[in-house]
Design a protein around this ligand. Structure first.
Ligand SMILES: Cc1cc2nc3c(=O)[nH]c(=O)nc-3n(C[C@H](O)[C@H](O)[C@H](O)COP(=O)(O)OP(=O)(O)OC[C@H]3O[C@@H](n4cnc5c(N)ncnc54)[C@H](O)[C@@H]3O)c2cc1C
Length: 437
């Protein structure tokens, strides 16, 4: 299977564009040999390269990304690094070990991120003031009851909130009921990616716009890039849903395209028309509902569309249409701010599997892979990435056992049936979303 560098397109509409422009990174050229190559510089690849560098201090680790840093899902997500996963439906006693396993992985990821942010003073609006979960419609109100029971049994600290309390904090009357969970982090995702990349140990060499186009498997692995080749002892694939482009998990992992919009920075009066909190993040208790934030720099953000778009970002014309959906639901939440325009809209592609599982482990001799976090990969991707470095280095730990315990992925049919099935899978997330959208 041979990819082309055109298969890794991007646009200039991510959270990176809210930051100061960054100098263009180096592109890999020529023929190279390396003991370790990590493909993909999102949270998974960054954590993996860092851990490999710590474990093999005399080895050079090559970290390659097809795009500019911060242009993958890791720089385009909503910025929630969660400790506690949310599951649709009623709490199931039989699933306690599985809930605990996932939450151990999430928590390890948050701990790893926090350690790096503190050690390197990464300026990424890191905010540990907790997360809100909101329910605006009948279906999500039922989900709230399930979520509360789950939090109680899992002994996760939380506070149930009513409409008045939510309105007082967030400045919207839309949510009928909700929950506050004090653990969990909000970040500016692109600046976190930049900070993690800039603080990597010296034996990690980062190359941008350096897509791996083909992997030749064997006792030593050969990688073809547009202007380079690498002969590697061990290769880590941290490419999220794009693993299929270089011949891995093609029938198991697809890309779902999400999109949202930001307002401009709100004025003092506009901020005063909101609630008592200066920044916050709300996840919907409906799996297909909106994610909404008031960012630390005073913008409102709403992300509420998700679709199967063949694993691509939205085109400019698609974005114009989705922006109408963002706008309508923004104004329903914040009628006091109908005059505040959106300044910016963006899309991103997350890796999803049919059965909601994640992928971790050995793919073939000396090739390892982690990815596919179904919309929740900031903390999980970080933990999977660091753990994969240890696993590929022969390590053993409870966390590696946890990562290896992900259920096998479910096979997906080839195109065009895949397109229909994938579109259906993504659309079914919106069933009964109602006012939560
Ligand atoms: C809009 C949106 C909102 C989201 N919100 C949240 C959230 O709030 N919280 C949360 O936990 N998760 C969220 N997610 C999911 C989360 O962003 C992802 O799960 C996570 O970023 C995955 O990290 P990763 O490193 O595995 O993949 P990515 O960040 O996608 O990184 C993979 C990298 O590999 C590179 N690549 C691919 N193929 C090649 C190749 N052949 N050669 C070289 N490089 C290659 C890509 O350019 C990319 O940069 C969201 C996702 C989206 C799209």
């Amino acid at each position: 299977m041979v990819a082309s560098s055109k298969d890794f397109s991007s646009d200039k509409h991510g959270w990176a564009e809210l930051l100061e422009p960054r100098p263009m990174g180096q592109k890999l050229q020529g023929d190279h040999k390396a003991p370790w190559v990590v493909i993909g510089a999102g949270f998974t690849g960054l954590a993996c390269a860092r851990r490999l560098a710590e474990l093999h201090q005399d080895d050079e680790i090559l970290l390659l990304d097809a795009r500019l840093l911060g242009q993958g899902a890791s720089g385009r997500n909503a910025g929630f690094a969660i400790n506690t996963s949310q599951f649709p439906g009623a709490y199931e006693i039989a699933k306690i070990p599985e809930y605990k396993r996932l939450n151990r992985i999430n928590t390890a990821g948050v701990d790893l991120l926090r350690a790096q942010v503190l050690a390197h003073s990464i300026d990424c609006q890191w905010d540990e003031d907790g997360l809100y979960y909101g329910a605006a419609d009948r279906h999500s109100m039922e989900q709230r009851d399930h979520f509360l029971r789950y939090l109680e049994i899992m002994e996760v600290k939380h506070t149930a909130l009513n409409q008045t309390e939510l309105n007082e904090k967030l400045g919207t009357n839309l949510y009928q009921t909700g929950v506050f969970v004090p653990e969990g982090v909000l970040v500016q995702p692109a600046s976190l990616v930049y900070g993690l990349a800039d603080s990597l140990p010296k034996n990690v060499k980062v190359f941008e716009q350096s897509a791996v186009l083909k992997i030749h498997q064997g006792s030593r692995i050969k990688l073809d890039l547009e202007q380079a080749t690498i002969t590697a002892d061990k290769v880590i694939i941290a490419t999220n849903f794009e693993a299929g482009k270089i011949g891995f998990l093609k029938r198991y992992l697809i890309g779902s395209t999400l999109a949202g919009s930001f307002t401009r920075v709100l004025t003092k009066d506009e901020l005063a028309s909101l609630g008592s909190l200066s920044h916050w993040g709300v996840l919907s208790l409906h799996g297909g509902g909106a994610t909404v934030r008031l960012t630390n720099d005073g913008r409102l953000m709403l992300r509420n569309t998700a679709e199967y778009n063949g694993g691509a970002l939205l085109s400019a014309s698609q974005m114009v249409e989705r922006r109408i959906v963002h706008r309508e639901n923004f104004e329903r939440r914040f009628p006091q701010l109908v005059d505040v325009p959106f300044e910016f809209s963006w899309s991103g592609v997350e890796g999803i599997s049919r059965n909601g599982t994640n992928f971790f482990g050995k793919q073939s001799e000396n090739i390892y892979l982690a990815g596919g976090y179904n919309g929740s990969g900031v903390s999980k991707g970080t933990a999977f990435g660091a753990c994969l470095a240890e696993y590929a280095s022969g390590g053993q730990s409870q966390l590696i056992t946890d990562c290896l315990a992900s259920e096998p992925g479910t096979w997906m049919p080839p195109r065009p049936i895949l397109d229909i099935g994938a579109a259906y899978t993504v659309r079914s997330r919106f069933k009964e979303v109602g006012l939560d959208r």
